[in-house]
Design a protein around this ligand. Structure first.
Ligand SMILES: C[S@@+](CC[C@H](N)C(=O)[O-])C[C@H]1O[C@@H](n2cnc3c(N)ncnc32)[C@H](O)[C@@H]1O
Length: 384
């Protein structure tokens, strides 16, 4: 970092790389240490601020995880050694805990206990997919959301990692989430999921099937602490029209309307989450500014959008990025009635590397850290 710290851009990139490598706290410590009286000239004050905020966020996440470990151990105590909560490494960057179990049925037992303390499950297969998952799956994911989402990954099969040719063979025939989601087979036909993948992949390559037919990813909330930093990064103002693609419980669109006074639209696949988003807008007194649609976020009307937020898995973002930028560019050239011609912005945040092609470089990419949360935010500016 001390080399990188010699110019502002270098520090920004070093901090982004550190988020991706899960070494944010270490790198932030070096940035802070590098800001001694003799070395201060190379570092922008904002780099020091980000590094300090990142350190504080990691420390808070550690504290919150430690409390969650106690809560979850208590909830799982009746399962004895069947459920083992893994103590997280220090300097965590997000709220994720692991529980090790021996098999799928123990994972379901853990799920029952987690449900009692407010968690819901991400994987909800039925029929043949549920049977195939029971035989081949290796983890169930439970999450609970308040100001942040706490994710508990319940894993089994982690001891029996296959190596060599067994691992190659397993990769070829062991079904994955994409296969279970692709087609609903009857329970007795669970074995046929091993043959779904080649057909599915061929159909995707030939363009006969969307790679992510419906579900672009599970609900994981943008932490409340990051909303204001994201709005500042997007340069959000009262004249903007915000669209959140996959709006979850509506926290981004409602906060944008409430705090900035702009119009905002959320589109969400889950009717339950969309209902929660509408209730949130009403409770905040901004229902007249916020529209929530149930539907596929990829098909949402962007003709009046000036700022689009996306928090989805990185592989999905890579898939939809070019289309979103094209559609925003056409808005900028022919703005909708009532929308002033302006630079539209697309803001994506994610802790995992986006691995973008050079065809669509973002205008800015930066670590945002505040309260108990950290992310990497990317912004594309689309000018007329
Ligand atoms: C990671 S969450 C982000 C939630 C919210 N944008 C936020 O930042 O707090 C992704 C959301 O996308 C929704 N989603 C998944 N597939 C979708 C689709 N095809 N169309 C619309 N929403 C979808 C999920 O239900 C989930 O609520």
């Amino acid at each position: 970092v001390s080399d990188a710290a010699s110019d502002g851009e270098g520090v920004t990139d070093a901090l982004v790389a550190a988020v991706h490598d899960h070494t944010l706290a270490d790198v932030a410590r070096s940035v802070v240490a590098g800001v001694g009286p003799d070395e201060v000239s190379g570092l922008a004050a904002s780099d020091q601020d980000v590094a300090l905020a990142a350190l504080a966020a990691c420390a808070r996440i550690d504290d919150e995880l430690a409390r969650s470990v106690v809560e979850i151990e208590a909830a799982l105590a009746h399962l004895g050694d069947r459920a083992r909560v893994v103590v997280p490494e220090p300097d965590a960057q997000y709220h994720l805990l692991r529980v090790h179990v021996d098999d799928h049925s123990d994972a379901l037992a853990v799920g029952e206990s987690l449900r009692a303390i407010g968690f819901t499950v991400w994987e909800t297969w039925s029929g043949g997919a549920a049977e195939s998952f029971r035989r081949f799956g290796t983890q169930l994911t439970y999450a609970r959301t308040d100001d942040v989402s706490l994710v508990v990954s319940v894993r089994w099969g982690h001891r029996a990692r296959r190596t060599g040719w067994r691992s190659v063979a397993a990769r070829a025939v062991v079904p994955t989430a994409g296969d279970w989601e692709a087609i609903d087979l009857p329970r007795w036909a669970w074995w046929a999921y091993s043959f779904v993948r080649p057909v599915r992949q061929a159909a995707e390559r030939l363009g006969w099937r969307r790679r992510y037919p419906e579900n672009l990813g599970p609900f994981l909330a943008t932490p409340d602490a990051l909303l204001d930093p994201l709005f500042a990064f997007a340069d959000l103002g009262p004249g903007d029209v915000v669209v959140d693609i996959g709006c979850g419980d509506g926290r981004i669109v409602v906060a944008a309307a409430e705090r900035v006074g702009c119009r905002a639209r959320g589109v969400e696949r889950s009717a339950d989450l969309a209902a929660a988003a509408r209730a949130r807008a009403s409770a905040a007194g901004v229902a007249h500014l916020v529209d929530i649609e149930v539907g596929d976020g990829r098909d949402v009307d962007l003709s009046d959008a000036t700022v689009v937020f996306v928090f989805l898995p990185v592989e999905v973002v890579r898939e939809i990025l070019a289309d979103l930028l094209d559609r925003l560019a056409s808005n900028v050239n022919t703005p909708a009635k009532g929308v002033t011609k302006c630079t539209a912005r697309l803001v994506v945040h994610e802790q995992n590397p986006l691995a973008l092609t050079s065809a669509h470089p973002p205008a800015e990419r930066r670590v945002l850290a505040a309260g108990n949360a950290v992310t990497v935010a990317h912004r594309w500016d689309v000018r007329g």
